[in-house]
Design a protein around this ligand. Structure first.
Ligand code: ADP
Ligand code: MG
Length: 302
């Protein structure tokens, strides 16, 4: 397979078609027509083999995740995803690998209703970059800087599952399939995010762990937070494993963390974990009300 045959076979067709794509894969650039008056939200993420996913990861999971993490970035902005480009660097043109990769990528594309409009293909150590574009009505994208004292702090879904799965994979111990799904097939919270337009005051997606990512909201908003550890939503597997600290520090969950005033009508699947405070800093309280200090050095500045 040469470069063009490869593109034609695995990336030119079979992805969601959209009327706002005037010219997709095949020319020197794609041509797209944004809806009049909308702001464009643009994000990009690279996954490097052995750094952002274990070398043992299935090609379909790599394809899925490369796009899913970008859909998650747009969800964190409450932007509606539309188009993406793909820069793929791989050691060789292995048809079986490419077919599986493209299948996983397509599954994520269908989930987000996004069209693959172009890309670049090169030979080298495995690395996947996806750039995504979406829309938001002017002023309605959710930023990190809008949290105000008194706002509740919420997360979607459950936290720590992906971290627990990764720990198992890296240790070479068996990992339950539903847990592996959380690591390899994260669900971008697109619907929840769109429902939070005009309601949430700030938002971020949890890619680096709750404390780190909530910390970004606090910094951008110039506020602090009091978090109730007992209220952090954990899956049954996480409870059983007693690994609740992973829910604070492990990345890869791709759940949303957002703030909203009390009594706001929120989507299902959201849990209140604390409150925004005027006093700077991130304080975590145990069920008995004691202040909890993280042991890991990385969190000292909280
Ligand atoms: P150029 O040399 O003009 O940069 P390329 O040969 O890199 O063009 O790509 C040819 C066409 O195929 C372009 O439309 C480009 O967007 C598309 N393309 C290349 N690689 C990919 C890919 N991995 N996925 C989707 N489209 C791709
Ligand atoms: Mg090129």
């Amino acid at each position: 397979v040469d470069e063009f045959g490869l593109i034609a076979r695995y990336f030119a067709a079979g992805f969601p078609a959209r009327r706002d794509v005037r010219l997709g894969v095949g020319d020197d650039a794609a041509l797209c027509l944004p809806p009049p008056g909308m702001e464009l939200a643009i994000a990009i993420d690279t996954l490097v083999a052995g750094v952002h996913f274990p070398l043992s990861t299935a090609p379909a999971d790599i394809g899925y995740k490369a796009l899913a993490v970008n859909l998650s970035d747009l969800a964190a902005m409450a932007a509606e995803p539309a188009w993406f480009t793909l820069a793929l660097t791989c050691p060789q043109a292995d048809p079986a690998w490419l077919a599986e990769f493209s299948h996983g990528l397509r599954q994520a594309a269908e989930l987000g209703g996004v069209a693959l409009i172009g890309g670049d293909t090169t030979r080298g150590p495995l690395s996947v970059t996806v750039q995504i574009t979406g829309f938001a009505p002017p002023g309605q994208a959710l930023r990190r800087n809008g949290a105000r004292p008194g706002d509740g702090i919420y997360v979607t879904g459950t936290l720590g599952d992906a971290g627990l799965a990764l720990r198992g994979v890296l240790a070479g111990t068996p990992v339950a399939p539903e847990l592996l799904q959380r690591l390899n097939r994260p669900t971008p919270r697109i619907q929840e995010a769109l429902a939070l337009r005009g309601i949430a005051t700030s938002a971020i997606d949890i890619s680096d762990g709750l404390l780190a990512d909530l910390g970004h909201i606090l910094e951008a908003s110039g506020v602090g937070a009091n978090v109730r550890l007992a209220q952090i939503p954990l899956s049954p597997v996480m409870r059983e494993a007693g690994a609740w600290e992973l829910a604070l520090s492990a990345g890869d969950d791709y759940e949303l963390c957002f703030t909203a005033p009390d009594h706001a009508a929120l989507p299902a699947n959201c849990t209140r974990i604390g409150v925004i405070d005027a006093a700077a800093g991130l304080r975590c309280f145990t069920a008995s009300g004691g202040l909890w200090q993280p042991e890991t050095a990385g969190y000292q500045h909280f």
